[in-house]
Every structure is written in structure tokens, then in C-alpha cells.
Design a protein. Structure first.
Length: 117
């Protein structure tokens, strides 16, 4: 599985950005698609993921501000980020994995999101 992410950039606090990720390869490896992020000096954390049936797992810190969506026919997953805060500044990584938590994880190249206060 290969992932190509786009979006990100610099935005002022309160602004919006949209991240997109397109996956190619075996669709059996794409049961879960979503986004993690890693701020400098911190671990990589879950932002939002969605399985092929539309079930989601979203970090509390972004609930109500970020929306995840996916298109199973196109193998894409998007993250609409609204009301951005300085604390959202991080490198955002697209993730894809198959069914089951032990399935291999595939990561995109990472895209920088910087929110200025």
C-alpha cells in the first residue's frame, strides 16, 4: 500500500485546513484509514480514523472541530480541520491498515500543519 497525502500549511488560529490522502494497493489492507499527528518532542497520537463501515475513533481534543470522511470507491480519506488552535500544530500522517489491530500499518509521508496564534 502506498499513500499520498496533500494539504496542510500555515493558518492563523481559528482558521481551517483540509488534508487529503489517497491510497493505492490492495484494498484488503485499507480496512481502517485515518490520521495521526506528531508535535515536536512528542509521540505520534491518534487524530481520527474511520473503518470501511464508517465507524470512527476521534480524539477528544479535536471532537467538534475536525471531521473525517472517506470514499471507499476512491480509497481516499480526508480530514477537515476547523477552528484550528496553536496546539494543533504538528506533522500529520495518513494511516491505513487492514482488519485487526495486528495488521500492518502503512504511513504517508507526513504533512506539516502550523497554526499561528
Amino acid at each position: 500500500v502506498q499513500l499520498q497525502a496533500s494539504g496542510g500549511g500555515l493558518v492563523q488560529s481559528g482558521g481551517s485546513l483540509r488534508l487529503s490522502c489517497t491510497a493505492s494497493g490492495r484494498t484488503s489492507e485499507m480496512h481502517v484509514m485515518g490520521w495521526f499527528r506528531q508535535a515536536p518532542g512528542k509521540q505520534r497520537d491518534l487524530v481520527a480514523v474511520m473503518d470501511v463501515d464508517g465507524n470512527t475513533n476521534i480524539a477528544e481534543s479535536v471532537k467538534g472541530r475536525f471531521t473525517i470522511s472517506r470514499d471507499n470507491a476512491k480509497n481516499t480519506v480526508d480530514l477537515q480541520m476547523n477552528s484550528l488552535e496553536a496546539e494543533d500544530t504538528a506533522v500529520y500522517y495518513c494511516l491505513v491498515r487492514g482488519w485487526g489491530s495486528s495488521s500492518p500499518r502503512y504511513w504517508g509521508q507526513g504533512t506539516q500543519v502550523t497554526v499561528s496564534s
